[in-house]
Ligand binder design. Structure first.
Ligand code: FAD
Ligand code: EPU
Length: 348
């Protein structure tokens, strides 16, 4: 039987830690419970929102619907001569899985250490860090089709993964609740430690454990711990700009950090925000983080409106200075449905 709370405070369930309420909060421990939640006549006309660990969300107001907490648990491992296969229920914790797998000697997930969130949310924005993305280890993703309540399995190729993108943000948006993830880890492992500071932290033969420790150290040195200062990781995505704009910006700002990408140049949004002098910019309790300008932190008592005002100021300043449009990575959840920075800022 699912656990139900009415008029629940969501602050403990999302990493910004901002007070807000859900009309109904219901915890699902199995696919059968999920189905009964979506079939419940009392909630038929209420909007529903799947929630993992709440580490990529900003609730812009109270949610006038049913928040469905994903707590589906279980992991099993099989292997053949070439791969380990991990079958994971979607409510399992991603960073716990990474740590456990590295300790077991199942290599392949080490670069993705310490990324908060549930395993089942990882495919949605194709989580990535330190030169590896979720797609590199994905075998399949299973979801509950929210129209038919049937289970569907997609292969890695069918998930249409891109930078912070997948089919779950496009064609299947709003109609798929991920219930299971299959990972495939190659036994013929190749160390990846060319990303930035990581290279200098690895000495001697690179091992999965060494990379895991180096990634942890790097992340802990720059990213704020949500348990200490609420945040949702990078607030904006790294934008891809045209070659012409890149050349013009690079001529004007030689220290600009950018990498060639298939569609142009991917620019470090953190560099843009930092070099616009916005580190430490604060409204109420929300502040551009002092170490990593791409992160907005809750210094204590921040409201969603504080975060929105900081984000809007950052977006406008970057646009004015560099002619670059920043798109937020964090998902904005409004009163009854997902919204966006542009729309909520208009309402302020
Ligand atoms: P939630 O925030 O709970 O949900 C995110 C979205 O997915 C919401 O729209 C929600 O409705 C939907 N959703 C949740 N569960 C399901 C489901 N089962 N089926 C369908 N929809 C669902 N991300 C990176 O890619 N790389 C990083 O290095 C990184 N570092 C971070 C560091 C910090 C300190 C923080 C706070 C965040 C970081 N993130 C990073 C972002 C975050 O960790 C990922 O986006 C993560 O996958 C979110 O998982 P979650 O379970 O918390 O998702
Ligand atoms: N930079 C600055 N000032 C800053 C922040 C960054 O100049 O305040 C520069 C750095 O010096 C570096 C470059 O920008 O040269 C890139 O910085 P970093 O290596 O910290 O990575 P990022 O681009 O800011 C991305 C992801 C992170 C991921 C890291 C590591 C996005 C939006 N963010 O950050 O993911 O952990 O790379 O791979 O792609 C997240 O998505 O929530 C997240 C934290």
């Amino acid at each position: 039987m699912s656990q139900i709370t009415l008029n629940a405070n969501l602050a403990p369930y999302h990493t910004f830690g901002i007070d807000c309420q859900a009309k109904v909060l219901v915890k699902a421990n199995s696919v059968a419970e999920l189905i009964s939640i979506y079939q419940n006549d009392d909630w038929q006309y209420l909007p529903k929102l799947p929630l993992g660990s709440g580490s990529n969300m900003l609730f812009t107001s109270d949610f006038e619907g049913v928040v469905v907490l994903n707590r589906l648990k279980g992991i099993s491992v099989t292997e053949d001569g070439d791969f380990w296969y991990l079958e994971c229920e979607s409510g399992e914790d991603w960073p716990d899985l990474v740590e456990w797998s590295v300790k077991q000697g199942l290599h392949g997930l080490e670069n993705l250490a310490l990324i908060p969130g549930c395993i089942g949310t990882a495919p949605i924005q194709n989580i990535g860090a330190y030169g590896v993305e979720f797609k590199d280890v994905c075998d399949y993703v299973e979801y509950l089709d929210l129209t038919t309540l049937q289970v569907v399995r997609l292969s890695m190729d069918e998930c249409q993964f891109g930078y912070r993108d997948s089919i779950f943000k496009k064609g299947l948006y709003g109609n798929a609740l991920i219930i299971k993830v299959g990972l495939k880890l190659a036994k013929s492992w190749q160390a990846k430690f060319q990303y930035g500071a990581l290279q200098n932290l690895i000495t001697g033969e690179p091992t999965s454990v060494k990379i895991f420790e180096a990634v942890k150290e790097t992340r802990q040195s720059k990213l704020p711990n949500p348990e200490v200062e609420g945040n949702a990781g990078s607030f904006f995505k790294n934008p891809v700009i045209t070659k012409d704009l890149y050349k013009a910006l690079k001529a004007k700002h030689p220290s600009l950090v950018a990498f060639e990408a298939p569609e142009g140049f991917k620019v470090a949004a953190g560099w843009l925000i930092d070099n616009a002098g916005l580190k430490g910019y604060q409204v109420g309790g929300a502040r551009v983080h002092d170490n990593q300008a791409l992160v907005i932190v809750n210094k204590g008592g921040a409201t969603a409106q504080d975060v929105i005002q900081v984000a809007r100021h950052v977006q406008q300043t970057v646009k004015q200075r560099y002619s670059v449009e920043l798109e937020h990575e964090v998902r904005f959840i409004g009163r009854t449905q997902e919204t966006c920075l542009h729309d909520v800022a208009m309402g302020l």
